[in-house]
Design a protein. Structure first.
Length: 151
């Protein structure tokens, strides 16, 4: 099962993310998860969207540099030590994490951790052997977080 993210290098200045979100909104592409990292004058955005190919094409057409990267979306229990178990498995195999982020689907039940590694196929093989579940791009974009609070 493959999952993908868009990685967009960007200048660290007001309005850069707004330009990206405007293009995606105009194209009716839904952003499902995002991270923003900066270091000095530059940084990058990572986006999980519901249609990565169309998003990549729309952003590129507007002159925005974008890279489509295969990532691993690991489904895990939202409990103390859940992430530690995953990290120990990867570290023992010598797999370096280039970039990662996560989110909770339902508190104390399920979470997703997104991994960007050099060799996703090798990492997925290891995770399967260690009984970790991974999500496809479609499954990742269809996640509906459990809403247990009234807003």
């Amino acid at each position: 099962m493959k999952a993908y993210q868009l990685t967009i290098p960007a200048k660290n200045q007001p309005g850069v993310l707004a330009r990206v979100t405007s293009i995606l909104a105009r194209e009716k592409i839904n952003i499902r998860a995002t991270t923003i990292s900066s270091f000095g004058d530059h940084g990058f955005f990572n986006l999980i969207v519901d249609d990565v190919e169309r998003a990549e094409k729309a952003l590129s057409k507007e002159g925005i540099k974008v890279e489509l990267k295969e990532v691993i979306a690991v489904l895990m229990k939202d409990q103390p030590g859940g992430l530690d178990k995953l990290m120990k498995v990867l570290a023992a195999a010598g797999i370096n994490i280039e970039n990662a982020y996560g989110f909770v689907i339902e508190s104390h039940v399920d979470a997703v951790f997104i991994l960007d590694v050099k060799d996703p196929a090798l990492a997925k093989e290891l995770l399967k052997k260690e009984k970790f579940s991974t999500l496809s791009a479609e499954a990742l974009c269809e996640i509906e977080p459990f809403h247990y609070m009234k807003y």
